[in-house]
Each structure stands twice: as C-alpha cells, then as structure tokens.
Design a protein around this ligand. Structure first.
Ligand SMILES: Nc1ncnc2c1ncn2[C@@H]1O[C@H](COP(=O)(O)OP(=O)(O)OP(=O)(O)O)[C@@H](O)[C@H]1O
Length: 832
C-alpha cells in the first residue's frame, strides 16, 4: 500500500463547496434585494435634513410617475366620461361613481352610472384602443363556440355522481360571458370541458367550434387562466413571460418578435415597470420569497394567458384575491380586449360587483350541475320573472347576487327578503328543464343530435333575451354584435356530429380528420420547448436557497462530521472494520439525503400537472430538461461528499480508486433521488410519498448484506429482495474498490481488546486460552499481510466492478423509465 497520501483532498473540496454554495446564495440574495450587500463596501454617510427632504420629494415624484404609467398602461378607464380625457389624450382615472355603486341599479341589476352599462361599455370599447392586438405576426382567429348536452359524471363509492347535466350554451367572437353559480354548481367543470382541459370523469355532449365538432388543435387557440397561478417564485416577471413566449409563441416570430410581444402584453396589463420583480411566493420547503402582490400575480397570469393572442380566453375566478379596484381594472381590460380583437372571454365569477357585472354580455347560470339560464345578461332577470321569481333592484342589489341566491338551495331563505324563491331540488330541476326546452327550441335543436340548422348567435340571443317579453337593445350593441365581432362573424353550419354520448377523446380523433386545416398541436418545436424548460428549471434550482446551495452545504457539513469521526485511518488491518463501516454509512447517507428535497419533488408534480393540463409542452421535452438541469448539481453534491470523506478518512489511495468510488456513490445518490421523485409523483400527497420512500429505503438497508448476510437468512428465498437494493450493489462496488486485491499490513496483530473479548465470550475454550494462540493473534510477526479478498468472499461480493456499475446504470434507467411513465399517467389522471 505504498501510494501517495490523499488526506489533503478534503480541504480544497470543502473550500470549493462553500464558495459554490455561497455564490448561489449571494446571487439569490441580490435578486431579492439588490442593495443587500451595499453595506459591506459603502458606509452610510449622514444625510443632511435638506438633502433627505429633496430625496424624499424625488422618490415621491418617481413613485407617482411610475404609478401613473402603470395606471395608464393598465388602462384604468372605467367610469371615464369622454370629457375627462386630458389634452394629450391620456385617460384620467375617475373613481367617482365606483364608490356607492349599489345605488342606481337598473332592472337588469347593472350599474347605472351616467347612463348605465351601455355608456360604460361604450367607454370601454371606444377608449380602450390599447387592448387591440397590434402585432402583424399574430392573428386572432374569431371562433364561434356552441355546446350541447354537456354532461360530466364521476364514479363514486356510492354510485355515479352526476356533476353536470344537459348544459347548452354559446359564445360569439367579441363576447364576454360570465359563468355563475353557487359553490359546487359545476362552473369549473364546465369551463374545463369547454377549454378541453378535462380528462377525468365520464364526459358527454359536444362542443362545436365554428359549427364543427371541436378538434385537438382547438386548445392551441385558447388560453386558460387558472384561479391559482403556476409560476416559479424564483423567476422575475420578465423571465416568466419569456418562458411562456418561448413555449407558446410560434418559432416563426423569432426572438425579437417574441420579446416585443412580451413587452406589449406586460405593458397592457400594467406590469411594464415590474420586469425585474420576482414573482415571489412560498418556495417548496416553505421559504417565503418577496415578490409581486396578489393582484400583480393575477395580472401576470392574464398576461401569460393572452400572450399568444388566443381566440378564446377562459378565466377561472379572475377577480378572486384582487381588491375591488384591481378587479375592475383587470376585467375592464379583458372586456376591451374581447371587443377590440373579437376574442371570446369566458369567466367564472363569484359575486361580481355591479360595475363588473355590467361588463358581461352574456351569462350562464348553473346550480347543482343543471343549467338554469344561458343567454344575454339582460335576459336573466326576465327569464326568472317569466317563472314567477321577481327581482327588485332596490331590495336585492346586483342582479347576479340575486340570481345566485335564487338558485342556491339547502339554506334557509327569509321570505320577507326573497319573496317567492327556489327552495328545493325539484323546483330547481323543473326550471332547468323548462329553460333547456326553451333553449333547444330557440336554437332549433331537435332530438339528441345537433341542430339541423343552427340559429345564428344573434337570433338565438334575441329569442332568449325575449323570453321575459322584453328584449334589451343593449345586447346588440354590447355583445357579439360589436363591430369587430360582426366583421369576423363565423357562419354556423350543420356539424358532423360525433356519436351521442361519446367521450371527448374518441370524438376528437374523428373530428380531427374532418378539420380542414388543423393547427399543429404544439406551437413550438421540441428543442425550443426543451431549451425553455431547461432555462426555467435552472432558475428554479439555483435560486432556491434550499436547493443547490442548501444541499451542497449539507453534503459538505455531513461529510466533514463523518470525516472527523473516521479521520486518517491507519493503512493497516486494524482499520478494516472502520473502513467497511465508513463505506456503508456513507452509502446510507446517500439513500437518506434525498428526503430533504421531498417538498421539491411534490412541488414539481404540481407544476407539471398544471402545465400538462394546459398542454404547454411535450412531456419528454420537459423531462429531458429537468434531468439535464438537475443532474450536474446532484453529481456535484455527491462528489463533494465523497471526496471530503475519502480524503479525511484516508480511504484506499490511488486516483483510480477515488474515481471508482465517486462513480458508485454518485450513481446511488442519483438513483435514490429518482426513486423519491417517482414516489412523490405516484403518491396522492407528501405523507404518502414519505411512506412509499421509507418502504424503499428499508429494503435498501435490510437487503444490503451488511446487517445480515444473505447466507444467514432464515428464509433463503427472501434473498431475491436484494435485486431491489441499489444499496447492496453500491456496497459491493465500494467494497471491491476498497478491498479488492489489496494487502493490508497486519504485523500489529489483532486488537488486544478484541482478543480479550473473545476469551470472555468463550471462557471454556481450551485453545483460546493457550498463550501460543493469544501470541499468534496479537503478535503475528513482521511479515503478516491481511488478504482482504477473504472479506469480499465472506460477503459474497464476487462480481467484477464493471458489472456492478452496469447493474447500477440499469437500475437508474429503470427508475427513470418508471418516473417518466408515472409522471405522464398521474398527470393524465389528476388533471381536472
Ligand atoms: N374528481 C372528482 N370526483 C368526484 N367529484 C368531483 C370531482 N371533481 C369535482 N367534483 C364535484 O363536482 C362538483 C362540481 O365541482 P366544480 O369544481 O365544477 O364546482 P364549482 O361550481 O366550480 O365550485 P366552486 O365555485 O366552489 O369552485 C362538486 O360537487 C365537486 O365536488
């Protein structure tokens, strides 16, 4: 064993680990607070009172300018009478009239400020030019949607649970439609079906786009803005938008075109001055990162949603979490966007304030999965009036609130306030059936199939609006009848119907064949998606202090502790037990270490499922990017640990041995990470993920051949479990590196304490107590050389090293295949 001493190896490794972790920590710190380190090199000079005052004034002026810019950019133009435009044409927000909006409700329950909703809508339309898509590279295809007999049911323990039944409706280009209903009414379910993002449950009915059955490419023309966003908290606003741009904007736009579009959209939603602000939020692991406010995040969600200029925008509770004025701003922008560009906006909404209610052109009202009304906003009150349920603006407030109360059952409703109201399911179902019959009649739908000749959007709306005997002219002006919508109106033709009751999936493939010019399923190629996902993953892992930096430090510190415990073992037979224990302990650490990142794996699952629902990118592009982004850091952490311990403890010298040791430990660590990642994907929650992982870890430990050798097993057949123990193969590999064909000096003999122990253990032994035996054990002579192959034989570690490494690579490949398959399957199952 005359090889160079390698004890020094640990020092540069530890220094490197700390510099590396420190670099990422400081980078994150500076991103969070660019001034964080300024105190290190700049001592604060005392500031005179006058200078402080001047600075405060300057700051206030800058803040005012920024907020004015934001306000204009966000087009806060609601309630702005035309005469309030400034000379320069910029709009001065006028919040008068917003307060106290419960007054002045008209019979339709809309805001009646300076002329009511019509003036408001006109103001929105005419003065909101900046919402118009002005990008030559993007074209919005106006789409006419209609849906018939939509239904959804789930198989539950108690039988089939129907959550949506016989839902009809339509939406035209330029229309903003509200999805209303009490909690659990089926709004999200309906929106998911319309957005083609529903993949669980048994789905029935059909969605027609431009009069034809929906095709797979429809999803590319839509955007779905979920209630809870799915942003990486460690990315800035601009980085987030660039990620989406790289994925959803066509390659043909080029880099400059994409960036230009990102700027456009950020300015439009009032985030033009927040490029470098972190999105923020709770990081996996619980750390809170400061960033955008709730309202700003919502606007970022909308910006990401409208980035690719979709024909249809679905908004799931867009105003939840927003203060009342921010809600008004956001909805105002959506309204103008719809009308300027002929886009369809469908938003599920809870209790809209009257100003927001008046922005909607049409409404779909659901209750316990049944359709209570679908048609122009103004027709809602009239429809229920025709059934004997009367709305009193003075008493009931906004019509939407009244309608929601009306269709909510299971609660006591004071007669004094509600008068004649719906109180039970039978009443609810009967009104729903009456409405559906009326709708089918108006739309010319016969039997279970599609309409023989579908009515045009306007005539249908007119008929529905006229149900109560009063048709509001506003519909023509404010809804799909907007000038642009008219210009883009899509003729509705008899659709080629899929078999009644077919699941969306099977109907789609048929419809796809009929699609004259199907849009590609993905906006961008594999490499663009891979590169975008890689960039996002790298930002996510390097900027989360609990990830790369935290893990590097943990590996380094545990290695230091382990190295101190086994520091500089002698290169002779007396260290054999210590070496074996050290190898095993190190491997156990690699199996357990991935547990600290469990929250990251469960967060990944959430991200992927949300992205998969939106069909943002190909699963394999994402998976490849994820592996590429995380693998180098995992290997680095494993090597930092290995080299530190290797050097400090003085394991077998020689570069080949060190490298072989590093290969085995890295492989085991990557396998363990992969298995835990797979468990996190497979398990319904983090607790279950821990349970699955612990089962795996237990098999690793018990079947490692260390605590009990396979020869000692009472039930030999159980030894097949070793095939599942990557730890066993890694232990075999390391043992062969450390002890294979090695010669350890044993001239020092067996540890005297060990001999004493043996004698006490076997007090009646004739031979142990012979002085010659004791002498032979404690003093075997200067030529004594321990043949460590005996140790390998004892553990039956007989496989050549390369074969062991091959098995570990195979194990890793299988875990990757399982993780990928589980990821895809679970995302399919756990999607909405
Ligand atoms: N996977 C599922 N399995 C069984 N039932 C489900 C499933 N998903 C949703 N539901 C049920 O479907 C019904 C409608 O749910 P949905 O989320 O569409 O209602 P919602 O109107 O959006 O409610 P909220 O306003 O509270 O979000 C609810 O009763 C819900 O419990």
């Amino acid at each position: 064993m005359a090889e160079t001493n390698i004890t020094w190896l640990w020092l540069p490794t530890v220094i490197f680990a700390h510099l590396f972790a420190g670099f990422w920590l400081v980078k994150t710190l500076l991103l969070n607070d660019p001034q964080a380190l300024s105190c290190l090199w700049r001592r604060k000079k005392p500031v005179s009172k006058s200078v402080a005052h001047a600075r405060a004034l300057q700051k206030a002026a800058q803040a005012a300018a920024a907020s004015a810019e934001g306000v204009v950019a966000a087009d806060i133009i609601l309630h702005v009478p035309r005469n309030k435009q400034s000379a320069g044409g910029t709009l001065q927000p006028d919040t008068e009239g917003i307060a106290g909006d419960e007054d002045g409700l008209d019979r339709a329950g809309s805001l009646d400020v300076e002329g009511g909703p019509d003036i408001l809508n006109d103001a929105l339309y005419e003065e909101g030019a900046s919402a118009k898509l002005d990008n030559a590279n993007l074209r919005i295809e106006p789409l006419e949607l209609s849906w018939q007999r939509l239904g959804c049911s789930y198989r539950a323990a108690t039988g089939t649970k129907v959550v949506l039944q016989d839902v009809y409706g339509r939406a035209s280009p330029g229309e903003m439609q509200a999805l209303l209903g009490p909690s659990g009414a089926g709004k999200s379910t309906l929106m998911d079906i319309l957005a083609q993002r529903k993949s669980v449950g048994t789905l029935t009915g059909q969605l027609l786009v431009g009069g034809r059955p929906v095709t797979r490419s429809f999803i590319r023309k839509t955007a779905y803005v979920p209630q809870d966003d799915n942003f990486v908290p460690t990315m800035t606003t601009i980085e987030t938008m660039r990620f989406y741009a790289a994925i959803i904007l066509p390659d043909s736009l080029g880099r400059t075109g994409r960036l230009q579009r990102v700027e456009e959209v950020l300015a439009a939603v009032g985030l033009g001055t927040h490029h470098k602000t972190l999105v923020g939020g709770v990081l996996p692991g619980g750390l809170m990162l400061r960033g955008l406010s709730g309202g700003e995040r919502k606007r970022l969600s909308i910006a990401a949603g409208i980035l690719a200029a979709p024909s249809v925008v679905f908004l799931d509770e867009p105003t939840s979490g927003l203060d009342s004025f921010a809600a008004l701003t956001v909805m105002g922008y959506m309204k103008r966007m719809a009308r300027c560009n002929g886009q369809v906006v469908i938003a599920s909404i809870h209790q809209p304030r009257s100003a927001i209610w008046s922005m909607f052109d049409s409404v779909t009202l659901l209750s316990t999965g049944r359709l209570m009304y679908s048609g122009p906003r103004d027709g809602l009150v009239d429809w229920f009036a025709s059934r004997g349920y009367n709305y009193d603006a003075g008493l009931h407030g906004v019509a939407s609130d009244w309608a929601l109360d009306l269709v909510a059952i299971g609660f006591h409703k004071p007669k004094r306030f509600y008068g004649h109201t719906i109180t039970n399911k039978e009443q609810l179902f009967s009104i729903s059936a009456a409405f559906v019959a009326r709708y089918r009649d108006a739309a010319g739908i016969k039997g279970d199939g599609p309409p023989a000749k579908a009515a045009s959007s306007h005539s249908l709306h007119d008929q529905l609006a006229g149900i109560g005997g009063k048709l509001r002219g506003a519909m023509r002006r404010s809804s799909a009848g907007g000038a642009i919508a008219h210009a883009h109106a899509v003729s509705v033709t008899a659709p080629a119907a899929p078999p009644a009751g077919a699941r969306g999936g099977s109907a789609l493939s048929e419809a796809d064949q009929l699609d004259p010019a199907p849009a590609p399923l993905w906006a961008t190629g594999w490499w663009s998606q891979y590169a975008a996902c890689l960039g996002r993953e790298l930002l996510a892992v390097t900027r989360n202090p609990a990830d790369v930096a935290g893990r590097t430090l943990t590996f380094s510190w545990v290695a230091l502790l382990m190295g101190l415990l086994y520091f500089n073992m002698p290169l002779d037979a007396s260290s054999l037990r210590g070496r074996l224990n050290l190898l095993f302990n190190g491997l156990v650490f690699f199996c357990l270490m991935p547990y600290i990142s469990m929250s990251l794996y469960t967060a990944d699952k959430k991200f992927y499922i949300a992205d998969a629902s939106a069909k943002l990118y190909r699963a394999h592009a994402y998976y490849a990017a994820k592996v590429t982004a995380t693998l180098p850091f995992q290997v680095l952490s494993a090597l930092i640990f290995t080299f530190t311990v290797y050097g400090m403890a003085g394991l077998r010298p020689g570069i080949v041995h060190i490298v072989k040791n590093g290969v085995v430990t890295s492989l085991l660590y990557i396998i363990a990470v992969q298995v835990l990642h797979c468990c996190a994907l497979l398990a319904p929650n983090q607790d279950a993920a821990f349970m699955f992982s612990i089962m795996w870890s237990t098999v690793q430990l018990l079947m490692s051949n260390f605590f009990i050798t396979f020869n000692d097993l009472r039930f030999k057949w159980l030894s097949f479990l070793r095939w599942f123990s990557a730890l066993y193969y890694a232990f075999e590999g390391l043992s062969r590196v450390e002890f294979g064909d090695a010669e350890f000096d044993c001239s020092g003999g067996v540890d005297p304490a060990g001999v004493t122990f043996l004698k006490q253990l076997m007090p009646n032994s004739k031979f142990l107590n012979l002085s010659a035996v004791t002498n032979a054990l404690t003093n075997p002579g200067p030529d004594c050389v321990a043949d460590t192959n005996a140790l390998l034989n004892y553990y039956q570690f007989l496989r050549p090293f390369n074969r062991t490494v091959g098995i570990l690579f195979g194990y890793l490949a299988i875990t990757h295949a399982c993780t990928y398959a589980v990821m895809v399957l679970v995302a399919r199952r756990e999607r909405r």
